[in-house]
Design a protein around this ligand. Structure first.
Ligand SMILES: Cc1cc2nc3c(=O)[nH]c(=O)nc-3n(C[C@H](O)[C@H](O)[C@H](O)COP(=O)(O)O)c2cc1C
Length: 418
């Protein structure tokens, strides 16, 4: 085992893996995964909301077997978390989407693949022993989206997630200031002075690249700058990476779009709407044919100052009223107790975004497997210590296992890591 592999094996928390990822991946790349919108208040609040939540612990109990399985939108997951769609994952590690899919399958759970991914739908589906969902953005317009839907069905994807909180892209200032698109711009077509300027710009990245040569070598062996191979235009060409900004800006989804999306997707497998913030939108999603919704503020990357996901779940979910929807959430999940707390509000499953990026970015299959092992042992421990045997029990006992914090201030809380 080399030194880096040993560090992965020694990681005890997802924060440990996140730090390994930051050490392995150059900041101009990793910042895309770290950042949140505007002042990043919602991004941090997602994590704070969990840190501020408390549980009780019913003692003197012993469970020979715990059951972490759950059923969501009619599909069984062996663990109550799934991989939330994370775009550009492949810039962290070769074929990272397929790597993530493999790990999810090994844990009997779902990999949700972003439209903005660099690994083909077919490869991602083939890598998993389990179920994959395809997350749809309308980049490239309706015909392109229809091609993506048809292709995902053919490739064996068993769920379609429509993300509806990206009417425009959030403003992630720190990454924007790094000017990542300049760093990957081609020399072709430039005049001499512009070429020199661009060359200097690229050379200025050397101090962050040189200490991270293993990442750089793997990145170029993997084909270098990713292409969005699941967004195929009418000429059969994939969307270039550098078009991401303009394409996203032109891809806002409306409730009307849900009609043709649902029609194209069909009824065989579930339609899930992600980016739900309020009871009104959850009800509307159900009316339009969704069977599941994900309470999510996009990891604090879209509208800053919206409430943390956990608070949306606590406040808005009960207002949905009579419904057949299955509820999920993502945003701020960093450990097993977070998962337990989220489920105690009645959710069927939770999604992990940055924990996936941290794991796969720390070291591909080994890194993400370690992240899953950590979540699994955390949740196992938390369930035994709180005194619950299965997910259904966590969901139904709800407020009986949560406790309100009577502490003033937050100086007792751990620092925000990611
Ligand atoms: C780098 C990054 C890229 C993301 N890309 C997508 C995407 O392509 N589609 C999408 O629906 N959500 C995307 N999300 C949002 C995640 O699906 C998820 O909502 C969020 O990461 C959850 O918060 P967490 O990172 O605290 O777990 C992305 C999140 C991150 C951090």
């Amino acid at each position: 085992m080399n030194r880096h592999d040993q560090k992965i094996a020694d990681a005890l928390t997802t924060e440990d893996l996140w730090k390994l990822m930051l050490g392995r991946v150059p900041p101009i790349v990793s910042e895309y995964f770290r950042g949140g919108a505007d002042a990043e208040t919602t991004m941090r609040a997602n994590v704070r909301a969990f840190q501020q939540s408390q549980t009780t612990a019913y003692g003197a109990q012993k469970f020979p077997n715990l059951d972490m399985s759950t059923t969501v939108v009619g599909q069984r997951l062996d663990v109550p978390w799934f991989i939330s769609p994370v775009g550009s994952l492949r810039s962290l590690y070769p074929k990272a989407d397929a790597v993530a899919s493999r790990v999810a399958g090994e844990y009997g759970t779902v990999m949700a693949l972003s439209t903005l991914s660099g690994t083909s739908l077919e490869e991602v589906s083939a890598a998993s022993k389990g179920t994959c969902w395809f997350q749809l953005y309308l980049c490239g317009g309706r015909e392109t989206a229809l091609r993506g839907i048809a292709r995902s069905k053919k490739a064996g994807f068993k769920g379609l997630i429509l993300t509806m909180d990206t009417g425009v892209s959030g403003m992630r200032a720190m990454h924007a200031r790094m000017k990542p698109m300049e760093a990957v711009a081609p020399f072709k077509g430039l005049g001499l002075m512009e070429m020199i300027e661009l060359a200097l710009r690229k050379i200025s990245l050397a101090p962050q690249m040189l200490p991270r040569l293993p990442w750089l070598i793997r990145h170029f062996r993997d084909g270098g700058l990713i292409q969005f191979v699941n967004v195929i235009d009418d000429k059969g060409e994939p969307m270039p990476y550098t078009d991401i900004g303009t394409q996203l800006a032109a891809s806002a989804v409306t409730w009307d779009d849900l009609k043709w999306i649902k029609e194209a997707w069909g009824n065989e497998h579930p339609l899930i709407v992600k980016g739900i913030h309020c009871a009104y939108d959850a009800r509307k999603a159900e009316e339009m044919g969704a069977t599941g919704v994900v309470w999510s503020n996009h990891g604090g990357r879209q509208q800053d100052r919206v409430p943390p996901s956990l608070h949306m779940v606590a406040k808005e979910m009960p207002l949905v009223g009579d419904t057949r929807l299955d509820f999920m959430m993502d945003g701020g999940i960093r450990n097993g107790t977070d998962i337990l707390i989220a489920l105690s509000y009645g959710l069927k499953a939770v999604g992990i975004g940055r924990v996936t990026a941290g794991g796969v970015g720390a070291g591909g299959h080994a890194g993400l497997t370690r992240a899953f092992e950590i979540l699994s042992s955390d949740l196992d421990r938390a369930m035994r210590l709180v005194g619950v045997q299965n997910v259904e029990e966590i969901r139904s006992r709800g407020s009986e296992i949560r406790r309100e914090s009577l502490l003033a201030g937050d100086s007792h809380l751990p620092p925000f890591e990611f």
